[in-house]
Design a protein around this ligand. Structure first.
Ligand code: UN1
Length: 505
């Protein structure tokens, strides 16, 4: 692995002022100070402002409620037109906001720019929803009658999002919420308020009526305030399984629908007949892009015994030239994780895994001073590969079992394809998996056997297109899936209409 020693010198950028957005107005928060810090450069502030206070949530909910009927009655094509205009704003600002994203979250500049472009693509996809079918028509057993299944919005929806895709995940929740006629109160992760504000600014500039979308910054308690608010009609969340389960429990108690997209412990399975060069490339990308901070990241690698040694050698050879450094340097493959405390937790996970018998193939030792990366302190980690030896303790190893949410890949060996699929299913999570093989019979077996919501054949475990369902099984999700037609299942409910003319048939 290589590290960039000198940080790229750029002109100093003034921190951006953060504002909350309630009922179409931008205001300073009245709560605690909120600082968006650059994880690559200790002490550098990307944006600052103040959190909202509980009464702002009340005001946001009231605004969302009073805007709800008018917005629901606005033709879907008009609602979509706002999203398309917002997409244009994102496209105009892709480079600038992509840079802000890299500075705020720590993913590389290319990934940051790619994410802003992806958010625009999501807005465009939902912006065209008015051109697609919106319900169903059934025949009736009675003369002179048709039965329609129409869709109606839920009403006021809470949107709670994580740090790791600061603009794409908000876009893929807010765009369907709005196009299907809901109004929204949005609480993003406090680590990435700037990109959340950029998305709301784009929608505001696109002409969204006041109250349809509201943005509040704040800690988990503010999320609770939102969840407990009597006007809330549904909540969509992406984040940890622990928080997601608590939110789902609260939503169930209140009897409101919940969509929770949670953790992953995604396996890449490399079978003996795979193209190893392709598989190495894809595993590297799946495991270490965005510093492994994706719910879809490859965090387990299952190698068929025959090719295991060769695969690990090739992986190590590539990692020797993997550049860890400032994400705005074009030479960098991997930036920091989102904060120094996140890095410390991941190091602790590596330490536990090693104590439990895992072997470090390459990467971060638990002690930053001994680590391979010269920037090991703070938020930087080396891409780390740990082999978990076979045995009764293997399934309990932390690196194999727990979502560490960092650049850590746990490896095990499998005797054959069936053994590999069984190992992949040996997880409480079921989000995505990747299988590398050229044998269609094995692909069909993988489709039958692997208990996941997303299966990649010969491509990395991460990635998602806006027009197809996204989400997992087991501990990885709860409630309807996201994206594509699946999003409609969550953001609308059906009204079955028995329709007759006014004159007896
Ligand atoms: C991707 O794999 O590109 O939180 C998207 C996450 C997921 C999104 C993954 N909801 O990482």
């Amino acid at each position: 692995m290589e590290t960039t020693t000198d940080l790229v010198q750029e002109p100093p950028v003034d921190p951006v002022a953060l504002r909350i957005y309630v009922n179409g107005e931008w205001n300073e928060g009245r709560g605690a100070a909120l600082v968006s810090a650059n994880p690559s450069r200790p002490g550098e502030t990307v944006a600052h402002g103040s959190e909202a206070i509980p009464s702002d949530v009340g005001a946001a909910m009231a605004a969302a409620r009073s805007a709800a009927r008018g917005w629901a009655r606005t033709p879907m094509h008009e609602r979509g037109a706002v999203l398309i205009r917002a997409a244009e704003h994102l496209e105009t600002n892709t480079e600038a906001w992509g840079l802000e994203l890299a500075r705020e979250e720590g993913k590389t500049l290319a990934e940051g720019i790619g994410e802003v472009a992806r958010a625009a693509q999501i807005l465009r996809y939902y912006g065209n929803e008015g051109d697609r079918p919106v319900g169903e028509v059934f025949s009736s057993p009675r003369r002179g009658e048709r039965i329609l299944v129409a869709r109606r919005p839920l009403g006021v929806v809470g949107v709670i999002t994580p740090f790791n895709f600061p603009i794409a995940i908000p876009a893929w929740k807010i765009a369907p919420a709005l196009v299907y006629g809901n109004t929204v109160v949005f609480k993003p992760a406090s680590l990435v308020p700037l990109l959340a504000m950029r998305l709301v600014q784009a929608l505001d500039a696109a002409g969204l009526p006041p109250g349809v979308l509201n943005l509040v910054f704040g800690p988990g308690e503010l999320g609770n305030e939102l969840l407990e608010h009597p006007e809330l009609d549904g909540v969509t969340f992406t984040g940890s399984t622990r928080v997601g389960r608590a939110i789902s429990g609260k939503a169930a108690q209140r009897g409101i629908p919940v969509q929770a997209e949670l953790g992953g412990k995604n396996a890449a399975i490399v079978l003996a007949d795979a193209d190893l060069e392709l598989a190495v490339e894809q595993v590297l990308s799946g495991a270490f892009r965005s510093s492994g901070q994706k719910c879809t990241a490859t965090s387990r690698l299952i190698l068929q015994e025959e090719i295991a040694d060769e695969f690990l050698e090739r992986l190590q050879a590539r990692l020797r030239h993997w550049v860890v450094g400032d994400p705005v340097d074009p030479a960098t493959h991997m930036g920091p994780v989102v904060s120094a405390s996140a890095a410390e937790e991941i190091r602790a996970g590596i330490r536990t895994a090693l104590d439990q018998g895992a072997k470090l193939v390459c990467g971060s030792t638990p002690d930053p001073a001994e680590s391979e990366t010269c920037q090991a302190a703070g938020s930087f980690l080396a891409p780390s590969v740990l082999e978990v030896p076979a045995g009764t303790m293997a399934r309990k190893n932390t690196a194999w079992r727990e979502e560490l949410f960092g650049p850590v890949l746990a490896v095990r060996r499998a005797a054959d394809a069936q053994d590999a699929f069984d190992l992949a299913n040996e997880s409480e999570f079921g989000l995505s998996a990747a299988v590398f093989t050229q044998d269609t019979t094995l692909v069909l077996a993988a489709m039958d056997d692997l208990d996941v919501g997303i299966l990649h054949i010969n491509s990395e475990s991460a990635g998602a297109d806006p027009h197809v369902p996204f989400g997992g099984t087991k501990k990885s999700g709860y409630g309807p899936k996201e994206q594509g037609g699946a999003a409609r299942e969550f953001f609308t409910h059906t009204t079955t209409v028995y329709l007759r003319g006014g004159i007896p048939a």
